[in-house]
Write a protein that binds this ligand. Structure first.
Ligand code: PNW
Length: 488
């Protein structure tokens, strides 16, 4: 666990750099129906047989709802100065809607968590939406498929959060990964609300249209919330507001083939610029998407476009891996969302995209992360807040000494933070202001259940109290950031 490879990087990160862990309410809190909480679509999903690979639910998850004080104390021993968590909409407004009652017990929980963080010198970053829309809104009008009905409900929920927590929370994120929410939930149908064109998997849905409609709703409702915050709250609360987008690096399969270079750029646009161009660059979707999707891609009204462009005060970035991308010679499938490309694990020289983790899509590819930081910074010219990055590791099944000495994860962080992020700052001039590791403890990894362990803390899910065991990677990150961050 030495810092050999980063010796030359001492003090390269800003003295006010934020580092800590990111989590999501539905993955950690448990207490799914306690103290007045309403049901979210992920509660429904978990309780539907056949949806989650290990058959588990998030009813208890890691019980952070009860153990948040102990968790903040443990986090403090990990040396963090910030924590990114999400607020469960259905804890705040159990039925979700703009005329539905507020649940004071839910407010109380987040209020106490925020106070506990601040008391421990940890800056809270709050995400309003990390995929857990109240089930009642899905039932009432189809959730985000209905932009007109949905938007006032999201705006009112956000207003309650700003009113009740905005005196203490100065970093707001409206949506976590609007792209993964819509692609997994409405294109593949493997996440809640489980809709797609594939009838062997989902009873309803249309993968060729719904993902784009839902994305549009996310962008526009984000725009309304951002405007409201900036007009009504920011002048006295003095915080900032933005959105977090996911994105992987797309590397050409044959780096010398112009068709593969174009395919890789198109893949980046379909994955990232779909959201980032409207918000940071043009107020509209990329031309490559319009060319392939035509009228299946919604159009921004002039008012929406104005609202969305410039609506995020920073670039919230979640990134995990790299894929090789090869052009196709056949026309795009109606259900394609990637820009009509082939995705490969090896390039034309047979070089793999990275070392395997315990999660099939995720391989360790730090060079791709550095390229992506540069690509985003160049295209969008915004300060970047890395709001998630991390990995699973093979063989983490019990809290034995070898498992807790998680060398694979340590090496992952060494590559992604030590060489990629810190060198992007020092050598490439990219403006990066935070790094949140995904994630604090092992948790409920959505449709993968409890088997994919992303935590820097091992959880014994069999034990009543979900016993926590620190992994060495947590201490490594502490040492690494102490070295990289400039002393004030
Ligand atoms: C993120 N991909 O999801 C989410 O924000 C977390 O809630 C989740 O637990 C974490 O990453 C790990 O999966 C992603 O395929 C899911 O590129 C899939 C991808 C990226 C992010």
């Amino acid at each position: 666990m030495d810092l050999q490879s980063v010796q030359d990087l001492k003090g390269v990160l800003r003295s006010d750099f934020y580092h800590g862990y990111a989590t999501a309410a539905a993955q950690i809190e448990g207490a799914w129906n306690k103290d007045g909480k309403g049901i979210s679509i992920w509660d429904t999903f978990g309780h539907t047989p056949g949806k989650v690979s290990d058959g588990s639910t998030a009813d208890d998850a890691v019980r952070s709802y009860e153990f948040y004080r102990e968790d903040v104390a443990l986090m403090k021993t990990y040396g963090v100065n910030a924590y990114r968590f999400s607020i469960a909409w259905s804890r705040i407004i159990p039925l979700g809607g703009c005329d539905d009652p507020v649940n004071e017990q839910g407010i109380q929980y987040y209020s106490s968590l925020i106070d506990e963080l601040i008391r421990n010198g940890i800056t809270p970053f709050a995400t309003l939406f990390h995929w857990d829309i109240p089930q009642a809104l899905e039932d009432r009008y189809g959730g985000m498929l209905n932009q007109n009905a949905y938007t006032p409900d999201f705006v009112r929920y956000a207003r309650v959060c700003f009113e009740r927590f905005g005196d203490r929370v100065k970093h707001w994120i409206t949506y976590n990964e609007p792209g993964v929410y819509t692609l997994a939930g409405y294109a593949a149908g493997v996440h809640a609300p489980a809709r797609s064109s594939f009838r062997e998997r989902n009873a309803e849905g249309d993968s060729s249209t719904e993902p784009f409609i839902v994305a549009h709703t996310e962008l526009v409702s984000h725009g309304y919330v951002s405007r409201m915050y900036r007009e009504e709250f920011q002048p006295h609360q003095k915080g900032s507001i933005g959105i977090t987008l996911h994105g992987n690096w797309s590397e050409p399969w044959d780096e010398e083939d112009p068709l593969d270079q174009a395919a890789a750029e198109r893949a980046r646009e379909f994955e990232i610029s779909w959201f980032a161009d409207p918000v940071y660059k043009t107020g509209d979707y990329p031309a490559s998407m319009r060319a392939q999707l035509g009228d299946r891609l919604p159009r921004f009204t002039a008012e929406e476009s104005k609202l969305v462009l410039g609506s995020s005060e920073f670039y919230g970035m979640n990134s995990y891996t790299t894929f090789f991308v090869k052009h196709k010679t056949t026309p795009p499938d109606i259900n394609d969302h990637k820009g009509n490309v082939e995705i490969h694990d090896e390039n034309r020289h047979g070089i793999p995209r990275g070392e395997e983790s315990d999660t099939p899509w995720l391989r360790a590819a730090p060079e791709g992360f550095r390229k992506l930081l540069n690509w985003i910074y160049k295209r969008y010219q915004m300060p970047i807040y890395v709001t998630e990055n991390g990995t699973t590791a093979k063989g983490e099944v019990a809290p034995t000494p070898d498992v807790l000495d998680d060398q694979f994860r340590i090496k992952f962080f060494e590559g992604y933070v030590g060489s990629a992020l810190a060198r992007a700052v020092k050598e490439d001039g990219v403006d990066i202001r935070s790094y949140f590791a995904w994630t604090f403890t092992d948790n409920w990894e959505w449709a993968a259940g409890y088997s994919d362990r992303f935590g820097c803390t091992f959880i014994d899910f069999e034990s009543e109290e979900k016993k926590r065991y620190p992994k060495q990677s947590a201490y490594y990150l502490d040492k690494l950031f102490t070295h990289l961050i400039r002393e004030a």
